[in-house]
Design a protein around this ligand. Structure first.
Ligand SMILES: Cc1cc2nc3c(=O)[nH]c(=O)nc-3n(C[C@H](O)[C@H](O)[C@H](O)COP(=O)(O)OP(=O)(O)OC[C@H]3O[C@@H](n4cnc5c(N)ncnc54)[C@H](O)[C@@H]3O)c2cc1C
Length: 447
């Protein structure tokens, strides 16, 4: 029996394996997914995890529950040797081992783009994974608890200052959601006031949210500023040492929480450790039917999709333009990938990937959002409802949809949970100290 090996069980990988399971005949092929995480992250929910509107666990979809016949291997692929049809897997524990296959699917996604700015590696936190979203939320809640007992001054002001670096989709959504949480939270703290909150969004370009056109982009800036946010355009972060922010514009401030949302970088394994064709940005070169290679130089038995692949965008039909890295594409590419692999296994021709954008919808905080499809722009509450409606329908499996919708429904009556569980980072502390809770340092420093 042939082995179809899927490297990375995120959006594209999960949908590929799911599609293969549904369509493969008994004994036709065995599907194996390798991923270091035991779940697929529904990343569009992370801004709402940050705000406490979606439970962290509900943004994590378990392949073990939903993939019935696929074999799941918990580990990272550290090398792809396609010539010999073998990958090397590094499991969480135990020695590395080779894993042979017949058909390869590369869906390992992208990583958070890093820039060598002093202090960022030590002080900032990303927003691509569930644990990061949970930590951002806990740090804000902990900062409020700490600030509430301090007298007005620099220390208190620093605790109530949040900085997002990167005004793309995830940065703007996270910023809007966290600001919305902070403004509702401050009412529960009689010693604090909304005027003390400082929310900064730093963007190197002259506009945020490049996924929408100029005027809606400017509206989002005005909207965030109207809610008290400071949006710094044409400004680059120069330093964040010890939480002290310095911008290229000369502006400086102290910030307890720094969230790094400066875009995607190439997956280092895909970029550096394969014998597959890779482009200048570190993405796998694929043809329109998602087979790896070019029409002139095809690579047999190898497929790729999602954020790690440069898939020609036939909907735009301009040579050299690849589909943008988003879930809208990753899901559809994953589904088509499953169909195309089966087609080739059965001697049929695979189909090209063509998807015309459904538009862009972003949350800007509880009850606020923006939607754009071509010339149609919807702002505010209706866009936010569309955002929630779209994502609750898009999150894979009915089980997840019901859980997420149930939390939203409960929040309508009781509001969001507002306790920090930062102490879960130190589960033995209370046991060791005889009941003293774990330190509530907000910046992840030991304490
Ligand atoms: C905060 C946030 C909000 C977003 N909101 C939206 C939105 O509203 N709409 C939208 O369309 N898109 C959104 N996106 C983008 C979208 O989530 C991504 O484009 C999508 O997840 C890409 O899917 P993927 O399968 O390529 O990668 P991923 O979903 O990232 O999956 C990659 C998988 O590969 C695994 N992996 C990595 N390296 C290895 C390795 N060496 N070996 C084995 N496995 C490996 C990873 O653990 C992961 O499970 C958002 C992204 C973020 C961060």
């Amino acid at each position: 029996m042939r082995t179809i090996l899927v490297v990375g069980g995120g959006y594209a990988g999960f949908y590929t394996a799911w599609g293969l399971e549904k369509k493969l005949r008994r004994g036709e092929a065995r599907v194996v997914v390798v991923d270091p995480r035991p779940y697929m992250t529904y990343q569009p929910f992370l801004p709402e995890v940050v705000a406490g509107s979606v439970e962290a666990r509900h943004a994590a979809v378990s392949p073990r529950r939903h993939l019935r016949t696929t074999e799941l291997i918990n580990g990272s692929v550290i090398k792809i040797d396609h010539e010999h049809r073998t990958v090397v897997v590094r499991p969480a524990v135990g020695p590395e081992f080779p894993l042979p296959y017949h058909v390869l699917v590369v869906t390992a996604g992208a990583v958070t783009r890093k820039l060598a700015i002093p202090g960022v590696a030590e002080s900032a936190i990303g927003m691509k994974h569930v644990e990061e979203a949970v930590a951002i939320r806990d740090r804000l809640l902990t900062a409020f608890d700490q600030a509430a007992v301090l007298p007005p001054g620099a220390a208190r002001s620093r605790l109530l200052t949040v900085t997002f670096v990167g005004g793309g989709f995830s940065g703007v959504e996270g910023f809007g959601e966290l600001m919305s949480l902070a403004h509702s939270l401050v009412r529960k703290y009689p010693t604090l006031s909304a005027g003390e909150l400082n929310f900064h969004l730093v963007e190197a370009r002259d506009r945020i949210l490049p996924e929408v056109t100029d005027e809606p982009g400017r509206w989002v800036v005005r909207h965030l500023a109207g809610r008290g946010g400071h949006v710094h355009l044409n400004a680059q972060l120069r330093s964040a040492v010890d939480g002290h922010i310095v911008l290229s514009t000369g502006e400086e401030w102290d910030s307890e929480l720094i969230v790094w949302t400066a875009g995607n970088g190439a997956n280092p394994m895909v970029h550096n450790h394969t014998d597959l064709p890779i482009d200048a940005r570190g993405q796998v070169i694929v043809r329109a039917d998602l087979r790896i290679g070019t029409d002139d130089a095809p690579v047999a038995d190898a497929w790729a999709a999602g954020d790690d692949a440069a898939v020609p965008d036939l909907a735009i039909n301009r040579p050299g333009v690849a589909t943008v890295p988003n879930a809208q594409h990753a899901v559809r590419q994953g589904r088509l990938l499953a169909k195309n692999i089966i087609a080739v296994l059965r001697g049929r021709e695979p189909k090209p990937y063509v998807h015309h954008s459904l538009g862009v919808v972003a949350t800007l905080g509880l009850g606020r959002g923006i939607f754009q499809w071509r010339g149609i722009v919807i702002k505010g509450f209706p866009a936010w409802v569309m955002h929630r409606g779209y994502h609750v329908l898009a999150v894979p499996t009915w089980e997840r949809k019901v859980r997420v919708a149930a939390v939203w429904a409960t929040a309508l009556f009781f509001g969001r949970d507002i306790v920090s569980l930062a102490s879960v980072q130190h589960p033995r502390r209370a046991f060791e100290t005889g009941g003293e809770p774990a330190a509530t340092s907000t910046a992840g420093r030991p304490g």
